[in-house]
Design a protein around this ligand. Structure first.
Ligand code: SAH
Length: 220
């Protein structure tokens, strides 16, 4: 095992993780498979060493480049919402960031495609997946607003940065019956939305208020 897997070993104690799982339960996360995936994914690997001691707090943390690793509660909530549609084979994630949400998804679906616009974040995430021996994740460096048409249709899409409206290109890459979970809104106010692709177009359902970094254009 590489030494980086051992770092912060004190923080990874089962008790510390168990407290997070209990908190997520108390906050209303009911999907057992999602809770198991969170229990078995070392979140401290996905943040800077200096922040490892806070990795099992239910809070978003900075990951550099002005971006954040999402709060465990929102990761759990979005994953649970995505899985409500039934078993999923292929999922597209927009905004790899640290790779934490990607890693959780990889335990619950057959294959995850994840797109990130900032190359340095993508490279760090790739290293983490190698360390953890995760093999069902495919990473792409590009502007995710256009999705990944060459691999469409997807059973589900999860967007972890907020566009101002529903990106039509992404809806078009969902299979009929598939759903997309995404935050929409501006920098100060966003709402989590579930979009379900129908034969005629799509249906949308507004869920709770959330805070995400904005979905930006172009690549870095
Ligand atoms: N799921 C990530 C969340 C990271 S924050 C995690 O838990 O770590 C959102 C990420 O979306 C950032 O890394 C940001 O660079 C990325 N992002 C923003 N706009 C994007 C776009 N148009 N295409 C791809 N990624 C984008």
């Amino acid at each position: 095992m590489s030494s980086s897997l051992h770092r912060g070993i004190g923080m990874t104690s089962l008790r510390t993780r168990e407290r997070l799982i209990q908190r997520l339960r108390d906050e209303g996360i009911g999907n057992q498979a999602v809770l198991e995936a969170i229990r078995n994914t070392p979140r401290h690997i996905f943040v800077d060493e200096a922040l490892a001691s806070r990795a099992y707090e239910d809070t978003a943390l900075p990951i550099g480049q002005g971006q954040t690793i999402s709060q465990p509660f929102i990761v759990a909530r979005m994953t649970e919402l995505l899985l409500e549609a039934g078993p999923l084979e292929t999922v597209l994630e927009i905004g790899t960031g640290s790779g934490y949400q990607t890693a959780i998804l990889s335990k619950l679906v057959k294959r995850v495609y994840s797109v990130e616009r900032i190359k340095s974040l993508q490279l760090q995430a790739r290293k983490r997946f190698q360390e953890l021996h995760v093999r069902n994740i495919r990473l792409h460096h590009r502007d995710g607003g256009m999705g990944l048409p060459e691999y469409a249709p997807f059973d589900g899409i999860l967007v972890t940065a907020a566009p101002e409206g529903i990106p039509r290109a992404l809806v078009d890459q969902l299979r009929v019956g598939g759903c997309m979970i995404l935050p929409i809104g501006n920098r100060s106010e966003q709402v989590l939305v579930r979009v379900t692709r129908t034969r005629a177009g799509y249906e949308k359902e507004l869920l709770e208020q959330v805070v995400f970094v904005p979905l930006l254009g172009g690549t870095l």
